[in-house]
Design a protein around this ligand. Structure first.
Ligand SMILES: [Zn+2]
Length: 109
């Protein structure tokens, strides 16, 4: 089984789980830092592209990094978007702030 294949964040080359440095470009592979950075939570779920985009823009104006998951960017099939909505994802550390901010704007309840 080839389950433990990872990819270098610098060059995109295949690396093994236990590699400390990339065998292709020599970049240090710091797994823990990468995971923390990618730790995101759903701040809100929208069922309209427009609402989701508005919320995303408001958060970005407030300096809160966020992205939409499940929107029509190809990350999910349209049929799934309809049933599951569009998730507004924020960094875990920004979750509380993001939710409070959107509540303050009456974008979410
Ligand atoms: Zn590399």
């Amino acid at each position: 089984m080839e389950e433990n294949i990872f990819y270098c964040s610098e060059c995109g080359g295949a690396v093994e789980e236990n590699d400390k440095v990339c065998p292709h470009c020599g970049a240090a592979l710091d797994e823990t830092a990468g995971e923390e950075e990618m730790e995101v939570e759903t701040a809100a779920v929208f069922y309209s592209d427009v609402d989701a985009e508005i919320a995303k823009e408001r958060l970005e104006e407030a300096g809160i990094k966020c992205y939409l998951s499940g929107s029509s960017d190809g990350s999910m099939r349209p049929s799934l978007v309809f049933s599951q909505g569009i998730n507004l994802m924020v960094m875990k550390k920004d979750l509380k702030q993001a939710v409070e901010y959107l509540k303050g704007l009456n974008i979410i309840e």
